[in-house]
Design a protein around this ligand. Structure first.
Ligand code: KG4
Ligand code: ZN
Length: 338
C-alpha cells in the first residue's frame, strides 16, 4: 500500500510517498532556510505562510516523483504534534481534505515517533526493544522503544533541547543558520580542548538519565572567559569546545542507560542525529553497542518517516477522525515529562 506522508511541523514543507512502510518512492523536502536565515532562527509566521503557499506543489511533486497519481494512494499520514502550531495546522488540514476528497484512510502521527521510525526506512531494521535517542530542535529524549508506537522516556532534558542549544550558540556567535549544521562545519577547524565547559550533574534517583543544556549555553554565551584553557582561542575553538561538551552530555546519559537496561542497540533520530561528532563518538562504541543512525537525508524533518509510521498504524486498523486537532506539545506516549 502506498501512503502519502506530510510534515509541516517546523520550517520544512515535506511530502513523500512510501510503499508498505519500507520503500521510499519519493521524498520531497522544500526548505524554507533562505526565508528564515536573515533572522537567524525560524519565524513562525513566515513558516506557516510558506507552508500554505507550497503545500499543494510539494505534494504534487511527491506524487510525480513516485510516478503515481492521487488515486493510487491507500492513505494519508500527517504530523499532528508536536511542533509549531501554525505550521502543523497547514499540513494537518491539507491532509484531512486530501484524504476526505479521495475517500481514503487518514492518520495523524506523532512527529517524534516518526523521527524514531526514520531509520527503519534504511537498510538496518533492528528488532524491538532498543534504546531510542531522539534529538531535535524541540526535544531531547532517551527512551526505551518496545514497538513503533510504544516508547517510554527514561531521561530527557530538563530545560533546553540539544538542537536549541546549538541554534542559540550559533546565533550568538554568528556561525550561520541553521545553527547545528553551521557549528558542525565550523567545529572541524577548531580545537575542542580550548575551553573546558561545565557538564550538568543531576544523575540521581529519578534524574538518572536526565540532562540539561541551559548551563552549557550560558557558559558559552555569557561566561566564556571563565572556562578558557587556551591562550588565544578562535571562533572555531568555541564551536568545537561547545560541540564536544554538548555531545558528551548526551552520551553520558545514553551510555548509563545502555549499561543499566542491558539494551545494546541504540537507534537515533531527529535533526541532531546528523551531527558528525555524535555519530563518530557512538560509532567508537561498536564493540559494546549497535548504533543505528538514519541516513542524513532522513535525520531532519521529512514526509517519508511520517508515511512509514502512518502505514504501520493504518495496517493494524488505526484511523484518525477528521476533527483531530494539532498540538504544540507531544501527546499520547508514556513519558516522565508531559
Ligand atoms: O528534527 P529537526 O529537523 O526539527 C525538529 O523537529 O526540531 O531538528 C532540527 C534541529 C535544529 O536545532 C538543528 O540545528 C539541529 O537539528 N541540527 C544539528 C545538525 N543538523 C541539524 N545539530 C547538530 N549537528 C548537526 N549536523
Ligand atoms: Zn523534527
Amino acid at each position: 500500500m502506498k501512503i502519502l506522508g506530510i510534515d509541516t511541523s517546523c520550517d520544512e514543507t515535506a511530502a513523500a510517498v512510501v510503499e508498505d512502510g519500507e520503500t521510499i518512492l519519493s521524498n520531497v523536502v522544500a526548505t524554507q532556510i533562505p526565508f528564515h536565515a536573515a533572522y537567524e532562527g525560524v519565524v513562525p509566521e513566515i513558516a506557516s505562510r510558506k507552508h500554505t503557499e507550497w503545500i499543494s506543489m510539494v505534494v504534487q511533486e511527491s506524487l510525480d516523483k513516485a510516478g503515481i497519481s492521487a488515486g493510487d494512494l491507500g492513505g494519508v499520514a500527517v504530523t499532528a504534534h508536536p511542533g509549531m502550531l501554525g505550521s502543523l495546522l497547514v499540513g494537518l488540514n491539507f491532509a484531512k481534505a486530501f484524504a476526505y476528497a479521495l475517500n481514503i484512510p487518514f492518520i495523524a502521527v506523532n512527529h517524534m515517533l516518526a523521527h524514531l521510525y526514520a531509520s527503519r526506512l534504511a537498510e538496518e531494521k533492528p528488532a524491538y526493544p532498543f534504546l531510542g535517542l531522539l534529538v531535535s530542535g524541540g526535544h531531547s529524549v532517551i527512551c526505551r522503544v518496545d514497538d513503533f508506537d510504544a516508547i517510554t522516556a527514561l531521561g530527557a532534558t530538563i530545560d533546553d533541547a540539544v538542537g536549541e542549544a546549538f541554534d542559540k550558540v550559533a546565533k550568538h556567535y554568528g556561525f550561520g543558520y541553521p545553527g547545528g549544521v553551521a557549528i558542525d562545519r565550523v567545529a572541524r577547524k577548531g580545537d575542542a580542548s580550548a575551553f573546558r565547559f561545565p557538564m550538568p550533574n543531576l544523575y540521581k534517583g529519578e534524574h538518572r538519565y536526565d540532562f540539561s543544556y541551559s548551563g552549557l549555553k550560558t557558559a558559552v554565551i555569557n561566561q566564556l572567559e571563565q572556562f578558557r584553557i587556551k591562550a588565544d582561542p578562535t571562533r572555531e575553538d568555541i564551536a568545537a569546545s561547545f560541540q564536544k561538551t554538548a555531545v558528551e552530555i548526551l552520551l553520558r546519559s545514553l551510555f548509563r542507560a545502555v549499561k543499566d537496561t542491558g539494551l545494546a542497540t541504540v537507534v537515533a533520530g531527529g535533526g541532531v542525529a546528523a551531527n558528525s561528532l555524535l555519530r563518530a563518538r557512538v560509532a567508537e562504541q561498536c564493540g559494546v553497542l549497535r548504533a543505528i543512525f538514519p541516513p542524513l537525508s532522513l535525520c531532519g524533518d521529512n514526509g517519508a518517516m511520517v508515511a512509514g509510521l502512518g502505514f504501520r498504524l493504518l495496517e493494524r486498523g488505526d484511523r484518525s477522525p477528521l476533527d483531530t486537532v494539532a498540538s504544540a506539545r507531544a501527546r499520547g506516549f508514556k513519558k516522565k515529562y508531559p
